[in-house]
Every structure is written in structure tokens, then in C-alpha cells.
Write a protein that binds this ligand. Structure first.
Ligand SMILES: [Fe+2]
Length: 385
């Protein structure tokens, strides 16, 4: 008998998944506090009517709410600073973050830093979070980032021109309410970007050097749900079954990668995001086929397993199956209208050098299945122009 593998899993929220789950928001809020700061984006939740429904649900359970509609698409640490000020002014004892990954990340950071005296930027630059924050309830309205279950928030530090994760146990939501119904109004491009982000996270979690037998189960299951539903959700946003599988896949990928960490796509997505200003999910889709190609030998058996799992091929030869995965992903990215090269994003040769150091320093790059040298990374980026 072989020895059982040792592993670690990070803390997870209490997770409520399913169509209609949002109706439980009020009762969960009432268990965790009495004054909520509801953090969301700039207007889309209000326009969809969803904000009013949530506010009335919270009010029915005796929870008063202050709304902070400040989360921008690629959020900055300044937004967290402003939002935390609102939380303090209103005396909130709970954060409810509702929206895409950016709203969840801003809400998580506000909640985690609620008890800290320093400027929000200091913590993103490395100051330790030592004071207890307030409980966070995360409600995703996209199926992509997995932020509802992860211990980090990706924020731009405008002063330093960097994009990086604020990380800590206090950022893990107490409760994640994942209701696929909330994703029905997501437009096709946002569906594509969020969906390919989720798929990338599942695949990078599966091939990460931090993967273990438990994270593999989550990543493998995520790949099956996402690969089977992404085209249907993109072409017919009202397809609730496709939306359910996308939300489930995104959630499962998040549970897996919260512990396994990711890979080179995510190591590069932040610096490329700073240079291009493009949405994170689009960058993941654009980078993914190139990174699979870069990792093809190092992660061959995992890529082959992924290809067989999602039904792309039943070829028993690992090399052929891994190539089939590469080709399938390339085709998918083309169908989703994501683009193929860095030039498609308006990036030119002089933009590449500033990307090297942050990409090399990224925890995601350090978990890539093929070790990356600076020389290889420079070559990789030049080839992607
Ligand atoms: Fe991502």
C-alpha cells in the first residue's frame, strides 16, 4: 500500500449554492450582524432590480444597510480606503459584497481591514493584518472569479502602478451565496471573459505544483462543468441550465485553487492588465493557449487527463491528448472573440520589460508546472506580440 499524500486546504466559507439561494441572504446577514455595508459595482445591480430585492430581503430580517456602489471594473486600493471609511461612518458590523470579482474583492478587502488603523495601501504592500475585521458575505453575479471562496483580493496600487493580491484569512467570506439566476443578465462578452477566467483557474489549479488529491477533485469537476456549458452560456444568456453549470464550475475551481494556487497565466495577467487596461478574464483567455503550449511537456499528463475528462479526446497517448486540449482551447478562445496576441491589446515591444519583474515575483508564476526563467519569460512575451 502506498503512503497517503500529505496536504493542506485553506479555510472555506459556508457555501450555499443553487437557483433561488439569494433568498437566504437576509437570514444569513441577521445571524452575522445588524448593520451591513453592501458593496457593489457602479449601477448594474441597481439597474437589474437585484439591489432593491436584496435590500428588502435584508430589511425583512431586521438588517439595516448602507450601500457603497464604488467598485470599479479593475478596482484600486483607494476604493477600499474610501469604502472602509463608509463602513466606519455608518458603524457597520458586516460586509455584503454583491457583484463580479471586482465588487467581491473590494468588499472582502474592506471587511478584512475594518479593524486595522493603517491606510489600505500599506496592507497590500506587505503590512500584516493583525486586527479582526468584520464578517463578509459574498454573492457573485458572474461565474468567473471564484472570489467568493478565496483568501485574496486583487487590487491596483495606483501610486506604484502595480496590481497585486491582498491576502489573508480575514478575506475569506463567512458565507458564500452562489445563485446562478443572478448571472442571467450578464452580457455575452462579460460571460465569455468570466467563463474563460473560471476555465483557466480550473486548469491552472489542476496543473499547479501546489495541487493535491483534494484540490484535483474540485478542479477536475470544475473543468467538466465549465467546458460543457461555456459555449451555451455565451450564445444564449437565458439558458439557466448552462448558467447553473458555469456558476458551479466557477465555484468548484475557486475552492480548488484557493489551496493549490494557479500558474503562469495568472502570473502574467496582472502586469499585462496594467499595461493594457483590459479585463482580467479576457487576458486569461488570450494567454491560456500560449501557456499550455509553454507547459506542454511539463504538464503533459495533467493536460491529457483534463482533455479526456471533458471529452475532447479518448486518445490514450498523453502527448496527443495534451495537444488536443491545446487545440480545443485555442478554438474556444477564437469563438469567444478574445483575440490571440498582445498586439491585439495594443501592447508593443517597449511595454514588455516592465512586465518581467512582477510576473517573476508572482505567487502564481511560482506555482506554474514548468519553472520559468526571466529569459524564457522575455522570449514568451516577445513571441506573443
Ligand atoms: Fe482569474
Amino acid at each position: 500500500m502506498e503512503k497517503a499524500q500529505s496536504f493542506q486546504l485553506v479555510a472555506m466559507p459556508h457555501i450555499i449554492f443553487g437557483t433561488g439561494a439569494i433568498e437566504q441572504a437576509g437570514q444569513w446577514c441577521a445571524q452575522l450582524g445588524s448593520r451591513a455595508l453592501l458593496v457593489t459595482g457602479r449601477g448594474s445591480l441597481r439597474r437589474s432590480g437585484c439591489l432593491d430585492e436584496i435590500l428588502s430581503n435584508l430589511s425583512d430580517h431586521g438588517v439595516t444597510t448602507t450601500v457603497f456602489e464604488g467598485a470599479e471594473p479593475e478596482p484600486s486600493v483607494n476604493t477600499v480606503q474610501v469604502g472602509r471609511g463608509r463602513l466606519w461612518e455608518a458603524g457597520c458590523d458586516l460586509v455584503v459584497a454583491v457583484g463580479g470579482g471586482s465588487s467581491l474583492d473590494v468588499g472582502k478587502a474592506i471587511g478584512a481591514l475594518a479593524g486595522e488603523p493603517g491606510e489600505a495601501a500599506e496592507y497590500q504592500r506587505g503590512r500584516q493584518i493583525t486586527e479582526r475585521g468584520v464578517p463578509i458575505i459574498a454573492v457573485p453575479t458572474t461565474s468567473g472569479t471564484g472570489s467568493e471562496v478565496t483568501p485574496n483580493a486583487v487590487l491596483i496600487d495606483q501610486e506604484r502602478g502595480t496590481k497585486a493580491s491582498l491576502r489573508g484569512d480575514g478575506l475569506v467570506p463567512k458565507v458564500a451565496i452562489v445563485d446562478p439566476q443572478l448571472t442571467l443578465t450578464l452580457p455575452p462578452a462579460a460571460t465569455a471573459f468570466a467563463g474563460i477566467d473560471a476555465f483557466t483557474q480550473a486548469l491552472e489549479g489542476f496543473t499547479s505544483i501546489g495541487a493535491n488529491l483534494v484540490t484535483d477533485k474540485f478542479a477536475a469537476e470544475a473543468l467538466v462543468h465549465l467546458a460543457g456549458a461555456i459555449r451555451a452560456a455565451y450564445s444564449d444568456g437565458d439558458n439557466l441550465a448552462a448558467r447553473e453549470h458555469m456558476s458551479l464550475g466557477s465555484l468548484l475551481a475557486g475552492i480548488g485553487f484557493a489551496s493549490s494556487r494557479l500558474g503562469l497565466v495568472h502570473g502574467l495577467a496582472h502586469p499585462v492588465g496594467i499595461a493594457s487596461g483590459q479585463p482580467h478574464g479576457r487576458l486569461c483567455g488570450l494567454l491560456l493557449p500560449h501557456v499550455i503550449d509553454f507547459n506542454l511537456e511539463a504538464a503533459q499528463s495533467k493536460y491529457a487527463r483534463a482533455a479526456r475528462l471533458v471529452g475532447i479526446t479518448d486518445d490514450s497517448d498523453d502527448e496527443a491528448a495534451a495537444i488536443a486540449l491545446h487545440d480545443w482551447v485555442t478554438q474556444l478562445v477564437a469563438e469567444l472573440g478574445i483575440g490571440q496576441s498582445l498586439s491585439d491589446l495594443g501592447i508593443s515591444e517597449e511595454d514588455l520589460e516592465p512586465m518581467i519583474a512582477p510576473a517573476m515575483a508572482s505567487g502564481s508564476t511560482k506555482h506554474n508546472p514548468r519553472e520559468v526563467t526571466e529569459y524564457e519569460l522575455r522570449q514568451f512575451l516577445e513571441q506573443m506580440l
